[in-house]
Write a protein that binds this ligand. Structure first.
Ligand SMILES: Cc1cc2nc3c(=O)[nH]c(=O)nc-3n(C[C@H](O)[C@H](O)[C@H](O)COP(=O)(O)OP(=O)(O)OC[C@H]3O[C@@H](n4cnc5c(N)ncnc54)[C@H](O)[C@@H]3O)c2cc1C
Length: 446
C-alpha cells in the first residue's frame, strides 16, 4: 500500500477535521478579542428530545433559541465548540440581499415572490442589528458596506441594480458611487466606483455567536460540545449516533453548513465546502485613515471576493481567497500580507499579527439551500459567503417550520439550488477546477 500524501490525508479526513483539531478555536484576532466561555460538556449516554440541532453556528443557535422559547426540549450538538465554524471566524459583513442580483431574482421568480424574498433578507439584517442593540452589544454593529467595481464596465450594472432596489422596494439606504467618491472613501486605485449600503454593516462575529449561544441557553436549550453526529437513522423519532451517546429526536435540524460530513446525501449533494482566509495586521493607529476614511466594511465584485474593514483596535482585517485546495496554505500570513501591500502600497512592511482560514458552504446558484430532507429533518446551508445575516434568519425560519408555520420556509425552499455534478467523489476536483478558472478570470480582468 502506498503512503498517502498530505492532500489525500486531508480529503479523507472530511471537512470537520481537514484543517483543525477537535475543539480548538483558530488563532484569530476574534478569539484574542472575545471572552471565551467555559467548555460545555460532551454528550454521554442516551437522551430523548423534541428537537436535535447539529451545528452550533448562527443557523443552529438561532433555531435553538426560537424553538426553546416556544417551550420545546432542544439540544444543540457541535463536533467542536460553539462558534468553531464559519460563524466564529468570518468577515463580519452583514449584507443586504442574497449573493445574487435581486433584479434577476425578480425576473426569475416573479415580482411578488421576489418581494417576499427581499423582505426575508431585510428581516435578517434587522435581527442582527436589533440583537446587537439590545442583547449582544459586545458584537458592535457598525453601519456601511461599500461594494466596489474592479472593472470599469461593472459600474453601470451596479448602479442599475441599486436603482432597482430603490425603485422597487423603496430601499434608499443604498446609493451609487462614482470612481472619485470611492477613492475618497477607500485609499486604493483598484476600484472604478460601485455602491454604498448604509442598511448593511459589520459586527464582531465570534462575540455575536457566543451571544446567540447565551440567548439559546437562557431560553432553555442545552448545548453539547465535542459531540460529532456520525450517523442519522431516519424515522419518528430520528436516531442520531455520536461518539459516546445516542439522541432520539422528533425533529432534526442539520446546520453544519460547509463543515457537515456526508451524513445526509440531500444536503451534501448541494453544498460544496470552500475556504476563505483573513489576516489581521498590527494596530494601524493613524495609518488606518490611509486605508479607510470611515469605519465601514468593503467588498469587491470579483468572483473570489476580497473583503476588509478595521477592527475595534484599528487593525486591518483583510479577507479573501489565498488558495484553492481543501487544505489551508502553510504560509498564510505572508500570502495575505502580500495581497494587502499590493492593494495598499502605503502599508508596505505592515506586520501581520493573525492569519486564519475557515470553511463556508457554497451552492451551484449561489442561493441558499433551505430544504426538508425527510418529513421531520430540515436543513439550511450554502449561503455562499453571505450568511452572517441570512443564516440566523434561516435558523428562525427552520424553527417556524417545525412549530407548524411554514410560510417563510416555503418561500426560501423554492429557491432553485441544483445538486453539484460529479457525485461525492468528483465534487472536490470539479470545485477546485472551477475555482481556479474563476480566479484566473479575476486576475486577467475578464
Ligand atoms: C473566512 C470566512 C469569511 C466569511 N465572511 C463572511 C462575511 O463577511 N459576510 C457573510 O455574510 N458571510 C461570510 N462568511 C460566511 C458565513 O460565515 C457563513 O455563511 C455562516 O457563518 C454560516 O453559519 P452556519 O451556522 O450555517 O455554519 P457554521 O458557522 O460553519 O457552523 C457549522 C457548525 O456545525 C458543526 N458540525 C458540522 N457537522 C457536524 C456534525 N456531524 N456533528 C456535530 N457538529 C457538526 C461544525 O463544527 C460547526 O461549528 C464567511 C465565511 C468564512 C469561512
Amino acid at each position: 500500500m502506498g503512503t498517502r500524501t498530505p492532500a489525500v490525508e486531508r480529503l479523507m479526513a472530511g471537512p470537520l477535521y481537514r484543517n483543525e483539531k477537535q475543539g480548538e478555536l483558530p488563532d484569530s484576532w476574534y478569539v484574542a478579542s472575545a471572552d471565551i466561555p467555559p467548555d460545555r460538556p460532551a454528550l454521554r449516554g442516551a437522551v430523548s428530545v423534541d428537537v436535535c440541532i447539529v451545528g452550533a453556528g448562527f443557523t443552529g443557535l438561532s433555531a435553538a433559541r426560537h424553538l426553546a422559547a416556544k417551550g420545546l426540549d432542544v439540544i444543540v450538538v457541535d463536533a467542536h465548540r460553539v462558534g468553531f465554524g464559519a460563524s466564529g471566524r468570518n468577515g463580519g459583513q452583514v449584507w443586504s440581499g442574497y449573493n445574487y442580483p435581486h433584479s434577476e431574482i425578480a425576473a426569475r421568480y416573479g415580482a411578488a415572490h421576489a418581494r417576499d424574498l427581499w423582505q426575508i433578507t431585510q428581516d435578517a439584517k434587522d435581527t442582527v442589528r436589533d440583537l446587537c442593540a439590545t442583547a449582544i452589544p459586545e458584537a458592535r454593529f457598525r453601519p456601511g458596506i461599500a461594494e466596489c467595481a474592479t472593472k470599469p464596465g461593472e459600474v453601470a450594472d451596479m448602479h442599475r441594480e441599486a436603482a432597482f432596489l430603490q425603485d422597487t422596494y423603496g430601499y434608499d439606504a443604498i446609493r451609487q458611487l462614482d470612481r472619485d467618491d470611492m477613492r475618497r472613501l477607500i485609499k486604493t486605485t483598484d476600484y472604478y466606483g460601485g455602491t454604498f449600503d448604509m442598511g448593511a454593516g459589520h459586527i464582531h462575529p465570534l462575540r455575536y455567536v457566543f451571544g446567540l449561544a447565551r440567548l439559546a441557553e437562557a431560553a432553555g436549550a442545552r448545548i453539547f460540545e465535542r459531540t460529532e453526529v456520525h450517523h442519522i437513522a431516519e424515522g419518528d423519532p430520528v436516531t442520531l449516533r455520536t461518539g459516546k451517546g445516542q439522541i432520539t429526536a422528533h425533529h432534526v435540524i442539520l446546520a453544519g453548513n460547509g463543515y457537515l460530513p456526508n451524513i445526509n446525501r440531500a444536503v451534501t449533494a448541494k453544498i460544496l465546502p470552500a475556504n476563505s482566509y483573513i489576516a489581521a495586521t498590527e494596530p494601524l493607529g493613524d495609518r488606518a485613515k490611509d486605508v479607510l476614511a470611515e469605519d465601514i466594511a468593503v467588498s469587491d465584485t470579483k468572483f473570489v471576493k476580497t473583503y476588509y474593514r478595521l477592527s475595534d483596535d484599528g487593525r486591518l482585517l483583510y479577507g479573501g481567497r489565498a488558495a484553492y485546495g481543501i487544505g489551508f496554505p502553510k504560509d498564510l500570513a505572508t500570502e495575505m500580507g502580500g495581497r494587502i501591500e499590493k492593494m495598499f502600497p502605503q502599508l508596505r512592511g505592515v506586520r501581520i499579527d493573525y492569519a486564519w482560514g475557515g470553511t463556508l458552504g457554497i451552492t451551484a446558484t449561489k442561493l441558499p439551500a433551505i430544504q426538508r430532507v425527510a418529513p421531520n429533518i430540515v436543513s439550511a446551508a450554502g449561503y455562499t459567503g453571505q450568511g452572517v445575516a441570512l443564516s440566523g434568519l434561516a435558523g428562525k425560519v427552520l424553527a417556524e417550520a417545525i412549530a407548524g408555520q411554514a410560510d417563510r420556509f416555503d418561500t426560501l425552499a423554492t429557491l432553485d439550488v441544483p445538486d453539484f455534478p460529479g457525485g461525492l467523489l468528483l465534487r472536490d476536483p470539479i470545485r477546485r477546477l472551477a475555482m481556479t478558472w474563476f480566479a484566473l478570470r479575476d486576475r486577467l480582468g475578464l
